[in-house]
Design a protein around this ligand. Structure first.
Ligand code: SF4
Length: 211
C-alpha cells in the first residue's frame, strides 16, 4: 500500500497513546459532544444512553457508500449502536434508538478493524456514528495499529462533536464525512428529539466549527 494512514505517524511518535488517554478521560465526566452531560458512564447515562464499552451493530465491506470510498473491495464499515442525536428521520433508527448489537471490548474492536483490512481487504475503516465511542475507538485503533493496521480511517458522523473531541481526533482520521444536518437552529429543534435539552444548538455549534 503506498498511502500511509495518518495515525501511523502518531503511533510512531508516541502521540497516539496520549490521544487515547485524553479521550478516555471523558468516561468519568463526558463532554465528548456539545451536550456536555458531564456524566460518569460507569454510574449514569447521558443523552446518548451509552455505557463505557462500545456496542457494534455490524461490520462489513459496504458497497453502498460514496463511490470514492467503495472501490472494488468495499468500505469497511463498523456500525455503532446508540447515538448522541435523535433525529426523527433517522435511517438507522433500529440501531441508534433500539440498539441491536453486541457489546465489545476495545481489543475486539481492534480485531474487527484488522479483519476488515486483512480478511476483506477493504479500502478504508469506516466508523459510522462514532462520536460517543471516541475513547473506545481510539484505543481500538491504537491496538490494531500495533498489530499491523495501516488502512485509512473514515469518520462518518452526525456532525455533533465538541471542539475538544475534534482536536483529539486531529491527525488520527484521514477522511471526515460529517452529515450537515441543519443550518437552521429552528429546524434542528423541530426535527431532533433531543430538542428539550437547553444546551442543544446544532446550527450554532456547526457554524463555530466552520469559522
Ligand atoms: S457523548 Fe455527548 S450525549 Fe453522550 S454522554 Fe457524552 S456529552 Fe452526553
Amino acid at each position: 500500500m503506498s498511502f500511509k494512514a495518518s495515525y501511523i505517524k502518531l503511533l510512531e511518535s508516541g502521540e497516539l497513546v496520549k490521544r487515547v488517554e485524553e479521550a478516555k478521560r471523558h468516561i468519568n465526566n463526558c463532554k465528548l459532544c456539545p451536550h456536555k452531560c458531564g456524566v460518569n458512564w460507569e454510574e449514569e447515562f447521558g443523552v446518548c444512553q451509552t455505557g463505557d464499552k462500545a456496542t457494534v451493530s455490524s461490520y462489513t465491506p459496504h458497497l453502498g457508500e460514496e463511490k470514492v470510498l467503495v472501490g472494488d473491495r468495499g468500505s469497511g464499515t463498523i456500525f455503532f449502536g446508540y447515538c448522541n442525536m435523535s433525529c426523527v428521520y433517522c435511517q438507522n433508527y433500529d440501531i441508534s434508538f433500539y440498539v441491536r448489537g453486541t457489546i465489545v471490548s476495545n481489543g475486539r474492536l481492534a480485531e474487527i478493524m484488522l479483519s476488515l483490512q486483512n480478511d476483506y481487504h477493504c479500502h478504508n475503516i469506516n466508523l459510522v456514528t462514532p462520536t460517543h465511542y471516541i475513547g473506545n475507538i481510539l484505543e481500538g485503533i491504537y491496538l490494531a495499529a500495533k498489530g499491523g493496521l495501516e488502512t485509512p480511517i473514515v469518520y462518518n458522523t452526525g456532525g455533533y462533536e465538541s471542539l475538544e473531541t475534534l482536536k483529539i481526533l486531529d491527525g488520527v482520521i484521514d477522511i471526515y464525512m460529517p452529515d450537515f444536518k441543519y443550518k437552521s437552529e429552528e429546524l434542528s429543534r423541530r426535527l431532533d428529539l433531543v430538542e428539550y435539552r437547553e444546551a442543544y444548538r446544532y446550527g450554532e455549534e456547526l457554524k463555530l466549527r466552520l469559522d
